[in-house]
Design a protein around this ligand. Structure first.
Ligand SMILES: Nc1ncnc2c1ncn2[C@@H]1O[C@H](COP(=O)(O)OP(=O)(O)O)[C@@H](O)[C@H]1O
Ligand SMILES: O=P(O)(O)OC[C@H](O)CO
Length: 499
């Protein structure tokens, strides 16, 4: 193992592209980050420009390497982690996308999903893919492009168009069009992949009328995905050896390798994943079944709860209401909130995700008085994330009969920096909440996949034993208060869904 070996992790997220250079001690040498444009062409539609995703990725890779004073020769491997489900279709000759990337948040296929549900398909779709019939996933977005972009269906049937999630699109570009591949975790988010058979599902392809030839080859998370075109990051071709969807990469970065271990990532939204081992657990409580990671041809499954608004509620206080100027201000404001007021925000700005899956309802604030102000709203915003997490964990625990892990929730993501939010979370779920030293767990997971496959980072057991805690939050709320407050939240959600 050369001392100089570095691993480059690309974290292509919903709002920004981040590239982190790790050394062999898994310390961060350099981070480069750039936001890109969000396009909202119609109500409920969200798109990204694939060229901008590509250009920010190349620019941030170069910036991270250059500003670290490193050279391509020192980079042993590249790992990629990405916003999941977001769908790109491109022409395999020109490399140009035929339409913008349709983002995971986009709801344009809601009516089509509803028609499939009304026709009785949901149970079968869930049995095959682990997912629910929701516009969130790639399949109906891909179908929309084939139906609505002029000439796309004919081109696809002639074998000229390719489909990919963002990992696949980036690898295609990075390898100069030589490799059309994805990993099992990203495949599992398309609603076209049979998660128990480990292959694209022909019945799903028939149902949605999608040509199989458009789909990438599916590999393990640590595998040879290709190598960069010389010139992209210096003269040397660099191998791409690790890929996982961002929430799965965070599960890996949090070393949740044993059944019963649970992580929750608080970024724009919140995604909680419970490792359920090598056999899938199918939810009876409206959670998703997904692949946490696949190594050595063996999938490890997870139950997933997806909340669409977590840190975004704090952004709304800042950008929508203008009552704060930075997210961190919520800490001091929440501490000043009147303890006699019980303001509740149900942040259903784009409907509610798991376990409610209500696309139609919209947000609400309850319990306002003449004295309610920025302090009470800040506290309510931070608490809304704890309440929503409890909803997820209640559903998970109802589904899960395996070992309880350590009855600990490992947290990460930008909002996990908020001490009051994490303390309330611990209080309302009545469990320990552990915040790790490295909060960039998503990039860390991708780096570990690539670096361990390259032989420059430790194996799974040593990686897990190196995971270290920065702070543990323990529950301090009494049971009566916890029950009263959670019951009020449930009433607030019920009322919000009725309006
Ligand atoms: N100190 C803080 N207190 C509360 N929320 C925070 C704090 N710092 C960041 N956030 C929230 O975290 C989110 C950013 O987290 P990040 O992991 O970068 O998200 P993403 O990857 O989804 O863009 C923002 O929505 C922001 O409002
Ligand atoms: O880009 P993020 O961090 O908001 O994550 C998005 C998720 O992968 C969507 O499923």
């Amino acid at each position: 193992m050369a001392d100089t070996a570095l691993v480059l992790a690309i974290d292509q997220g919903t709002t920004s592209t981040r590239v982190i250079l790790f050394d062999q001690a898994l310390s961060i040498r350099k981070t480069a980050q750039q936001e890109f444009h969000q396009h909202f062409p119609e109500s409920g539609w969200v798109e990204h420009d694939p060229e901008e995703i590509w250009s920010t990725t190349v620019a941030m890779c170069r910036q991270a390497v250059d500003s670290a004073g490193a050279s391509a020769a020192q980079i042993a491997a590249i790992g990629i982690t990405n916003q999941r489900e977001t769908t790109v279709v491109w022409d395999k000759t020109t490399g140009r996308a035929v339409y913008n990337a349709i983002v995971w948040q986009d709801r344009r296929t809601a009516a089509y999903c509803e028609s499939l549900r009304a026709a009785g398909y949901e149970t079968d779709v869930t049995a095959r893919t682990g997912l629910l019939l929701d516009p969130y996933f790639s399949a109906t977005k891909l179908r929309w492009i084939l139906e609505n972009v002029e000439g796309a269906r004919a081109q696809a049937e002639a074998g000229n168009l390719l489909f990919g999630t963002i990992d696949t699109y980036l690898i295609w570009r990075m390898t100069g069009g030589k490799r059309h591949v994805t990993d099992a975790t990203n495949a599992a988010r398309t609603m076209l992949y049979n998660i128990t058979k480990g292959d694209w599902d022909d019945d799903m392809l028939t149902l949605l009328d999608i040509p199989r030839g458009m789909l990438p080859e599916v590999l393990d998370c640590a595998a040879v995905f290709g190598e960069t075109e010389p010139g992209l990051l210096g003269a040397r071709a660099i191998p791409i050896l690790g890929v996982a969807g961002d929430q799965q990469a965070a599960t890996i970065g949090q070393a949740c390798f044993a059944p019963g271990m649970l992580k929750s990532t608080y970024g724009t939204g919140c995604f909680a994943l419970l490792n359920t081992g090598t056999a899938p657990v199918f939810s009876t409580n409206r959670l998703l079944t997904t692949i946490a990671y696949q190594l050595d041809d063996t999938p490890t499954y997870a139950l997933e709860g997806s909340i669409f608004i977590a840190g975004a509620v704090v952004q709304w206080l800042r950008d929508g209401l203008g009552v704060i100027t930075s997210a961190a201000e919520t800490r001091a404001l929440a501490a000043k909130a009147d303890p006699h007021q019980d303001v509740i925000i149900v942040p259903a700005f784009t409907g509610l995700g798991a376990p409610y899956w209500n696309a139609e309802c919209r947000g609400a604030v309850y319990g306002l008085t003449r004295n309610s102000g920025p302090a009470e709203l800040s506290r309510a915003a931070l608490e809304s994330v704890g309440f929503q997490t409890r909803d997820l964990l209640e559903a998970m625990m109802a589904d899960w009969t395996g070992p309880a892990g350590q009855n600990v929730l490992r947290v990460d993501g930008g909002m996990s920096a908020s001490d009051p939010a994490m303390q309330f979370l611990s209080d309302i779920i009545n469990a320990e909440v552990d915040r790790p030293q490295v909060l960039e767990t998503t990039a860390l997971g991708a780096a570990w996949l690539a670096g361990s496959h390259a032989g420059v980072l430790p194996g799974q057991a040593e990686f897990a034993s190196n995971w270290s805690i920065e702070r543990r939050f323990s529950p301090s709320m009494n049971e009566g208060a916890r029950d009263t407050r959670y019951a009020r939240w449930k009433r607030a959600v019920a009322a919000t869904m009725q309006v």
